[in-house]
Design a protein around this ligand. Sequence first.
Ligand code: AKG
Ligand code: FE2
Length: 351
Amino acid sequence: MHQVSLSARDVDDVFAVVDELAGRFPGVEDEAFLDEAAVFAHELPRALRSALNTMRLGEPAGAMLVSGFPVDDVAIGRTPVYRGRQEAAGVTRREEMFFFLCGALLGDAIGWATQQDARLMHDVLPIPGHENVQLNSASEMEIWWHVEDAFHPYRADYVGLMCLRNHDGVPTTYAALGEPPLPAETVEVLFQPRFLIRPDNSHLAARAGDGPPGGEARVVPAMPIAVLFGDRAAPYLRPDPYFMEPTPDDPRAQEAFALLTARLDANLRGVPLRPGEVLFVDNYLAVHGRRPFRARYDGRDRWLKRLNITRDLRKSRDARSSPASRVLGTFGAVDQERRRPSWTTQTSTGA
Ligand SMILES: O=C(O)CCC(=O)C(=O)O
Ligand SMILES: [Fe+2]
C-alpha cells in the first residue's frame, strides 16, 4: 500500500489551513468552499501533495493510507445513528475539510441524487435495522468486496474513507489483482460483456431515507458488462459479485469469474483504520469491503466519512445540472451503456 504519514510540522501546517477555512466556511458542502477547494488543497504540506500526485499519476498501488491527522474523540461528539444528522453542527468540520482537500488533489468529489440526500461527504456508520443488509450502514453482515458503484459508467476513480472513530478496530478490506497475471484466455473472457450487474442496494435504500431498505436491487433490470477493462496486461477492475453474475448458460464466463473472485479473495487484506487515518482506494485497481462487527448504538460506534472522487467531472455532464454541479442526478448513462450495440455483437461472437 502507498503510504504517507504527516510529520509534527505537517500537522501544524494542516491545522493552519483547516482552521482558517473552518472559520470562513460552514462546511465542505458549501458552494463557495467547493468552488475553491482545489485551490485550497495546494496549501497542504508538499510531502502530502506529492504522495497524492504519485497515487494519481503513477498508480503505484490499489490503495493509499494518509496517517497522522489527530482526531479528538471527545470533540467530535457522539457517533450519530442517522447519516448526516450530527448532534452539533460543524463538530467534524476540520476533519471533513482536511479529508476533502486531500481528495481534491486526486480529482473532484461527486455525489449521487440517490444516495445520502445527495451529499458529497457521506457518513459510514451502523444504523439500527440495517444490521444484516448489504449496505455500508450494516454491521453484522460482511460487506462483500466490490468496486464502488460498479454498475455505473460514471462511478468514482477513488473511494476515500476517513476514520473518525473505530474503537473495536473493525477492518476495512481491500484487494488488487496482483501477480502473477491471470491466464490470457481468462482475461479475454473477463474483457467481454458476459456479466450481468444490477445497481447495489445503496441507490435504492437512499430513496427511502435511513429507514429499513425497502427496495430489492434485483428487481432492476440487469445490464451486461465486462468485469475487466483497460490494458490486458494490467487490467482495471469492475466486479461487484453480490450484485452480479456471469451470464446464465455461459460456462466459460462462470469459470473466468470464479478465477477472478478466487484471486481477489486470496489477496484480500484487512486495514483496521485508526482515527484520523484516510484510506484512498483506487476504484479501478482495487476492490474494497468491510469485516462484520457488533454495533453498539451507544454513541461510540465505528464512524467513517466517505468521498467518491472522479478524475474527470466533465464526462458526467449529461447527469449533472450545471458544469460545476457535483451531484449525478440521472441514470441515463446506464441506459445508454445498456443499449450500446457492441454488447450484443461482442456477446454473440463468444470466446
Ligand atoms: O466500512 C467500510 O470500511 C467501507 C464500507 C464501504 O464499502 C463503503 O462505504 O463504500
Ligand atoms: Fe464501498
